[in-house]
Design a binder for this molecule. Structure first.
Ligand code: G3I
Length: 365
């Protein structure tokens, strides 16, 4: 078809208008689209830890979980004290509630956590302390626990924090019932047993204060190299990301994640929050926003960083004030579910192109 000059000009003008509208839409997206929609474009999961009581009792809480995130982590209900309250008796009911919620909302689930020194049931810590649980017993108990829990959720959990917080700040093995009775052999065992129970789940080590290079993250680097050399099925390392605006931002985070990536491992930011000495003023919230976007940008810059999870999203339910006296306001939303500057910073960072990735990047892990 041949068009006259007038028609061509009109079409060209129309084209320009359409293009301008498209550009405006893209820049407005950072503010209008949900975090999960933006994350999808970047080939990354955006997650939150979920307080299962709040999910049941607080409809505003539940709707933000569903609207904004495409990955969820149980804040507490997959931990040992909840899952195996007495020896060999398992209670997955609260965790199942979360897994069902996630399925209904087309979300994936990160598993947290199979082995930790904290939130262990009394029967286990008491039994080790009074000698009624021997080293051999403990190894069997760990095997049984990991097998039962991973099998229960088989196919429903994309990443497990298999071993949580096992190193000290100086990089040595943390003192716990595990290290006291089993030396360091429990780490490789835990990964092998988890892999046997669900060969498709990606298996992670997870810890805090490893964002920067230093004694602790260097020790993790050596540990994963060693485990890999021994053929232990470990897939990734989780950088928890519990920051505090009183300290410097770990500006070598991307660099640090890159060296784990270079070993062929996946990485994730698993528990991001940024606490503030209260009351928080505007400058504090601006600094907090920059710390959140800095952690997310480091993850986006790392080729196989698969998810960015915040440890709760509203100041209404944060663990921080109960642990750090006089501190709080650590989350993306305030106590009344108003998005804070940190929320906008995360959305803006997700709206940017991911370095080295196409427009629709895909998950590898
Ligand atoms: O379940 C009991 C309840 O029965 C009792 O009435 C109540 C009274 O205090 O306590 C409840 O247990 C609390 C539990 O959370 C469940 O709500 C514990 O006191 C409380 O200490 C526990 O805190 C959790 C903490 O881990 C335990 O170390 C936090 O919610 C949770 O956010 C936090 O998460 C950890 C990650 O798993 C690992 N990395 C660090 C992160 C922050 O500490």
């Amino acid at each position: 078809m041949k068009l006259g000059r007038r028609a061509t000009t009109t079409l060209a003008l129309l084209g320009t208008t359409v293009l301008m509208t498209a550009v405006q839409t893209v820049s407005a997206q950072a503010h209008d689209a949900s975090l999960r929609d933006l994350a999808k474009q970047r080939g990354i999961r955006i997650g939150t830890a979920v307080n299962v009581d709040a999910l049941a009792d607080d409809s505003q809480y539940a709707s933000v979980v569903g609207d904004q995130f495409n990955s969820v982590t149980a804040e507490n209900v997959m931990k040992w004290e909840t899952v195996e309250p007495s020896p060999g008796t398992f209670d997955f009911a609260p965790a199942d509630t979360l897994v069902r919620y996630a399925a209904r909302h087309h979300q994936e689930v990160r598993g947290h956590t199979l082995l930790w020194h904290n939130q262990l049931p009394g029967w286990l810590t008491d039994g080790v302390a009074d000698g009624s649980i021997t080293a051999d017993d403990l190894r069997d108990i760990l095997h049984r626990h990991i097998t039962a829990e991973v099998s229960h959720f088989k196919g429903k959990i994309y990443q497990w924090d298999v071993v949580n917080e096992v190193l000290n700040e100086d990089g040595t093995l943390r003192d716990s019932i595990w290290s006291q009775k089993l030396g360091d052999s429990f780490i490789a065992d835990a990964f092998r047993w988890a892999h046997q129970a669900d060969p498709h789940a990606k298996l992670f080590l997870n810890d805090y204060n490893i964002e920067s290079k230093g004694a602790k993250s260097d020790a993790y680097y050596d540990l994963v190299k060693r485990l890999r050399a021994q053929g232990v099925p470990i897939d990734g390392v989780g950088f928890q990301g519990h920051l505090d605006i009183q300290y410097d931002f770990p500006s070598d985070l991307a660099d640090n994640m890159a060296r784990f990536d270079a070993l062929g491992l996946a990485t994730s930011v698993t528990e991001a929050d940024v606490r503030i000495p209260l009351p928080a003023d505007e400058a504090d919230l601006t600094r907090q926003a920059s710390d959140y976007s800095g952690m997310l940008a480091a993850c986006l810059a790392t080729e196989h960083c698969t998810s960015f999870t915040v440890w709760g999203f509203t100041d209404a339910y944060s663990w921080v004030p109960g642990t750090f006296e006089g501190e709080g306001a650590a989350n993306l939303y305030d106590e009344s579910y108003q998005p804070k500057p940190a929320y906008t910073a995360v959305a803006d960072t997700l709206a940017k192109q991911r370095p080295g990735h196409g427009h629709h990047g895909g998950h590898r892990h």
